[in-house]
Design a protein around this ligand. Structure first.
Ligand SMILES: Cc1cc2nc3c(=O)[nH]c(=O)nc-3n(C[C@H](O)[C@H](O)[C@H](O)COP(=O)(O)OP(=O)(O)OC[C@H]3O[C@@H](n4cnc5c(N)ncnc54)[C@H](O)[C@@H]3O)c2cc1C
Length: 450
């Protein structure tokens, strides 16, 4: 499922389900989940082990915060629905609204994609600003309380082990642990979530896990940007080319210029080496930004991302009541495709509808079933592309492999066909499902001799 087929947010559809919900993790998935959960509970506590500064600065619990974060259309539209003041707040703090069609220079598979026929809004900001603005919007919602420096230690079990009814936490300001009773607990602790191990320790099955190694590394520098220049550049590594990168405008008149290498073809972590790596890309936009613009600071922020990981909670027969898991804790994708925040936003929307449709009764099982359709789309796009590298272990079915070949041809067609480029853009931004690329009209354009 994508933005096109998850029904939009409608606050009035959710009835009260209880007194208190706890969301563990105040990064993007936790914040959006807390917004939808707040419609069903008198109080929502969102806890995080980090101190949460008012200023948009990277923090320890979100080490990827130095790296560029693109907010795709599925995430943009959902955040705008959940938080009506989001755009205004983002812009007043220096964020930008770009036009994806005209401001984004997108090179893929040997050519530039043709600009589509219509304007498409795209928010641009640093990852810490996206998070700080979302947090501020959430803090203004009735009943929501943020608890920084509060570490999740354990779930509390009730009803002979069949339900979670609270969390055990350790607060930065006290010595011991304490318990927060809750009618619902949401695990949004990211990729290192301890829920799978906890399930196994408490008589449940672990969710089956799939890992697809891609070994991506980002190296990012910050350069100054003329305020009127809102261009973004995207040159993703696409098989068999192991190198790529991008430059994205952010607040403070800066571009984040990132270089990416796949399967061990790591970009340098020192400033001197970056130029040579950028020069090896098929287009020179990033090399020119690094050479011609003034660097803000002289450091390079480097970040390794070993593998796509997916936990199939939807395959479990038994799952405790009073608990759900979402965001990177369920699936984390090769970040080159920019999907994580948008997947988390759509999952929060699915949680909203699942609460509206059946309340707390068997919530986890019902939620995982529906949310898996969101994850399926993102997973198939990310892993489908990664499997194009001979070094990526794994295989595709005959149908998937045929679709991958069709997609490669579609991308080449999109280099001189604005209609095809527009359709592709809508799929990449999770606005439309990949199946939308198989409409007879589009197939005819893609397969016609060129
Ligand atoms: C290099 C890189 C680039 C990326 N680029 C993009 C992009 O362009 N676009 C995009 O949409 N996504 C991108 N992502 C993915 C994106 O960062 C995540 O999908 C997004 O942050 C949602 O993750 P999350 O909230 O589930 O988990 P996380 O962001 O990992 O947050 C988990 C939170 O839980 C807290 N926590 C963990 N354990 C505990 C505990 N025991 N007690 C209390 N708190 C705890 C942490 O402090 C943290 O705040 C990128 C990721 C990487 C690695």
């Amino acid at each position: 499922m994508t933005l096109a087929n998850v029904p939009r947010y409608e606050e009035s559809t959710v009835a009260r389900q209880g007194d208190h919900a706890v969301v563990v993790g105040a990064s993007m998935a936790g914040l959006v989940a807390a917004r939808t959960v707040a419609d069903a509970f008198d109080r929502v506590t969102v806890l995080d082990r980090d101190a949460l500064a008012d200023d948009p600065v990277p923090r320890r619990g979100v080490p990827q915060g130095h790296q560029p974060h693109v907010l795709l259309e599925a995430g943009r539209a959902t955040l705008a629905d959940l938080f009506p003041s989001f755009a205004e707040e983002l812009l007043s703090n220096g964020g930008l609204v770009l036009d994806w069609t005209h401001d984004l220079v997108h090179y893929e598979d040997g050519g530039y994609l043709e600009p589509g026929p219509r304007r498409r809004p795209m928010y641009a900001a640093s990852r810490p600003l996206f998070e700080a603005v979302t947090r501020r919007c959430l803090a203004a919602v009735d009943g929501v309380r943020l608890r920084p420096e509060c570490r999740f230690v354990d779930y509390q079990l009730a009803d002979a082990g069949t339900a979670v009814d609270g969390v055990v936490v350790e607060s930065g300001r006290s010595d011991g642990t304490s318990t927060l009773p809750a009618d619902l607990v949401v695990d949004a602790t990211g990729r290192t979530s301890r829920t799978p191990a906890w399930l196994a320790e408490h008589g449940y099955e672990r969710p089956p896990e799939e890992e697809v190694t891609v070994d991506v590394r980002y190296s990012t520098a910050v350069v100054d940007r003329p305020s009127a220049d809102r261009r973004a550049f995207f040159v993703p590594p696409t098989a068999p080319r192991t190198r790529g990168g991008g430059a994205f405008p952010v607040e403070g008149d800066r571009w984040l210029v990132t270089l990416q290498g796949v399967h061990g073809d790591d970009p340098p972590t020192e400033p001197e080496g970056l130029h040579g790596f950028a020069d090896s890309l098929p287009v020179d936009h990033l090399a020119r930004l690094l050479d011609e613009r003034e660097w803000v600071g002289d450091g390079v922020e480097s970040y390794p991302f070993p593998s796509n990981v997916r936990r199939y909670y939807e395959q479990l027969d038994r799952f405790p009541d009073g608990l759900v898991v979402l965001g990177d804790a369920v699936a984390s994708f090769n970040p080159v495709y920019g999907q994580g925040m948008s997947v988390a936003s759509l999952e929060a929307l699915v949680l909203h509808h699942t609460l509206a449709d059946g309340g707390l009764d068997g919530l986890g099982v019902r939620f995982f079933d529906r949310a898996s359709e969101v994850v399926d789309v993102a997973w198939s796009m990310a892993v489908g592309s990664d499997l194009g590298y001979a070094a990526t272990a794994g295989s595709q079915s005959v149908v998937e492999a045929a679709f991958t070949r069709y997609l490669a041809r579609l991308v080449r067609t999109a280099q001189d066909d604005a209609t095809v480029a527009d359709a592709y853009g809508r799929v990449v931004t999770m606005e439309e499902p990949p199946t939308s690329l198989l409409s007879p009209a589009l197939v005819a354009r893609v397969l016609s001799p060129r």
